[in-house]
Design a protein around this ligand. Structure first.
Ligand code: NAD
Length: 274
């Protein structure tokens, strides 16, 4: 039985993760994953310390009280969707104590990502800025689409998110752009065009355009458009709930059991690595 600790349990993803783990525990099927929520962590000083994690997440009592530090917790694997500072501290704890990690926190600089790669020499880690299984399949399909369609197509990436999202384009939209640019041997920094206004030259086929839409409660929609003379091909992914990211994280946790130390990503988890 894999003992899972979740950190940041008061957060949007922390809540979704507890709901997903408790849901898995309750599934009575041959495919039931052997995992249990063994610890729930929120930052020291939180008013939620001592509260039952299941009741906090609205799934009923699970007899796992919210605690303040990893050193109080009994677990095999930590799932961490918090902040960069918190995730790097937790990474060090897990490295020293030989615990596995699934990290979904976004926004790491290239320098900070090196800490994850270094820790991957000691412990098994899955790190992915988008844990959705469907979106990771889209990344994979996009390589093939780019190889076949890019020569004759204008490529545009359109993303829509809820009104509270502050960064744009989304990290996932940028990742889609990187996948296309890498496949075509281009540098995204040189070929990206972010938004358009006023009079401009005709579109340069070597560019990748980004458009951002913000409104309502949209969890995350992404479309890559390949537009050529005579046809358009669109690859679209729509996330309707954070549960897709939580389920992806659990799939990563399950896959990581027994794996040697390394810093893996969702391509490894899904068997999509070329
Ligand atoms: P949130 O702000 O709702 O939750 C973050 C939680 O972490 C909060 O409860 C906060 O109190 C807690 N926290 C921060 N520092 C802590 C510490 N030192 N110790 C314990 N708890 C601490 O944010 P969110 O929407 O849940 O997103 C969290 C992260 O996950 C962000 O970086 C977000 O971009 C990322 N995210 C990734 C994916 C993915 O698929 N990889 C999907 C959604 C969100």
């Amino acid at each position: 039985m894999l003992k899972i600790a979740v950190v940041g349990v008061a957060g949007r993803m922390g809540q979704a993760l507890i709901q997903a783990i408790v849901g898995e525990q309750g599934v009575d099927s041959e495919n039931e994953r052997q995992m249990v929520l063994s610890a729930a962590i929120q930052r020291p000083g939180s008013s939620l310390l001592g509260v039952d994690a299941g009741e906090l997440a609205g799934v009923g009592r699970v007899d796992v009280p919210v605690i303040a530090t990893l050193s109080e917790a009994d677990f095999d694997l930590l799932i961490d969707f918090t902040t960069i500072e918190s995730s790097l501290n937790n990474l060090e704890f897990c490295r020293v104590n030989g615990k596995s990690m699934v990290i979904g926190t976004t926004g790491f600089s290239e320098h900070e990502k090196q800490f994850l790669i270094q820790a991957g020499k000691s412990i098994p880690i899955v790190f992915a800025a988008n844990m959705s299984v469907g979106m990771n399949l889209c990344f994979h399909l996009l390589k093939q689409m780019s190889q076949v369609l890019a020569q004759d197509s204008d490529i545009e990436i359109i993303e829509t998110h809820h009104r509270h999202k502050v960064d744009s384009p989304s990290g996932t939209a940028l990742r889609l752009g990187e996948v296309i640019a890498d496949t075509l041997g281009r540098d995204l920094n040189d070929c990206a065009v972010y938004g358009r206004q006023g009079i401009s030259e005709p579109r340069d086929r070597n560019t990748i355009g980004f458009s951002t839409v913000r409104g309502g409660d949209v969890v995350g929609d992404h479309t890559v458009l390949f537009a050529s003379d005579g046809e358009r091909v669109e690859l679209t992914h729509k996330a309707s709930s954070r549960m897709t990211f939580a389920k992806g994280a659990l799939r990563a946790a399950d896959w990581l059991q027994g794996k040697p130390a390394n810093c893996y990503d969702m391509e490894d988890v899904l068997g999509l690595r070329d």
